[in-house]
Design a binder for this molecule. Structure first.
Ligand code: ATP
Length: 321
């Protein structure tokens, strides 16, 4: 795809005879936050290692920012900031000194390194903790410092591998907000690997569900929900109040709805309708309710959350579309 910043084509990785990643195709666009979601052993970390050129695929090609990760790992490392589950710092040093050290390693002159480190401490909300030893930082503070550390080199891509493990809910929220803000400010591309459905649903534009080395599905939550539960159709739930009408079973309305364009089927139970249609025709349905002179109680496009989607894959053994 045209603006793909991360591009994997038919990528496979074997450890001995064991296929850890199997024919993976994935494109992630600039400025996207993509959630790589899967249980333990699914192949998420192996994929990240291949993206960073730290392990070689046995088949296929891996590119980051148009650079082949396998043949040019050093160039790719300049573009990618990687935040692991546990970031290592010099615990006896302050947060600021740790950042200055990273900035120097990245070739910044002492004065510039100091200024950049201070600016990033401010950016990740740690300015008032900058002189504290990192050994005394909470897990959430360490991860925010980790993000600052990653940002020192102005990466185009950030890869976050289970970044919220062990952080309290407030710290998780702060970290997630920060990730979204950084993407919005710098149009960075973010790959977020996680088991945590709720967090992925909260911040990711698109999700890939990864199981046993295979990408079973990808898309935004609405697309995945449609693929899995409604087979590409829309399901609209309608509740009306027909109590004041002469024909309380809403038969008149049912007839009107049937004649709308795009309607596939209608299930009716008293004053509740489940309407399957080929497009989102909520406004036409609302108009029909008004025209038939019923009171509208609710009108919802039925959507399933990521947990329902995820469970469907694991419980139902849904195969690759
Ligand atoms: N160096 C290795 N040698 C042999 N097998 C490996 C190696 N690294 C990973 N594996 C196997 O490959 C599979 C995928 O592992 P990977 O670490 O990529 O999964 P993951 O989705 O990141 O899991 P987790 O969420 O537990 O980190 C697992 O079955 C794992 O045991």
């Amino acid at each position: 795809m045209e603006n793909a910043v991360i591009q994997l084509k038919n990528v496979s990785k074997k450890y001995g005879d064991f296929m850890a990643v199997n024919q993976l195709n994935l494109s992630i666009q600039q400025g996207e936050i993509f959630g790589l979601l899967g249980p333990n052993g699914a192949g998420k970390s192996t994929t990240i290692l291949m993206l960073m050129g730290l392990t070689e695929p046995c088949d296929g090609s891996v590119e980051v920012c148009g650079i082949n990760s396998t043949t040019h790992p050093i160039e790719v490392k300049r573009k990618v900031g990687y935040l692991p589950e546990d970031v290592g710092f010099y615990d006896d040093w302050s947060g600021l000194d740790n950042l200055i050290y990273t900035a120097r390693l990245n070739g910044l002159e002492p004065k510039e390194a100091k200024a950049r480190a201070a600016e990033l401490m401010e950016r990740v909300g740690l300015a008032d903790q900058k002189d504290k030893k990192t050994g005394k930082y909470s897990k959430g503070m360490r991860q925010r410092l980790g993000l600052a550390d990653v940002l020192i080199k102005n990466p185009d891509v950030i890869i976050l591998d289970e970044p919220t493990t062990g952080i309290d809910p407030k710290g998780v929220q702060e970290l997630l907000n920060l990730i979204v803000e950084l993407r919005d400010e710098h149009q960075m591309t973010v790959l977020f690997s996680s088991h945590n459905l709720h967090q992925v649903q909260q911040v990711c534009d698109r999700v890939g569900i990864f199981v046993d080395g295979k990408l079973l599905a990808e898309g935004n939550i609405e697309e995945l929900s449609k693929q899995l539960f409604t087979h590409g159709k829309y399901l609209i739930e309608l509740g009306i109040d027909a109590s004041f009408k002469n024909i309380p079973d809403a038969q008149v309305l049912e007839n009107m709805l049937t004649s709308l364009e795009g309607i596939q089927s209608i299930k009716k139970e008293d004053e509740y309708f489940e309407i399957e249609c080929l497009a989102d025709i909520s406004s036409g349905i609302a108009k029909a309710v008004m025209d038939a002179d019923y009171k509208l109680r609710y009108l919802n496009k039925k959507e399933y959350g990521l947990d329902a989607i995820y469970n469907r894959y694991f419980e139902g053994g849904v195969s690759h579309a």
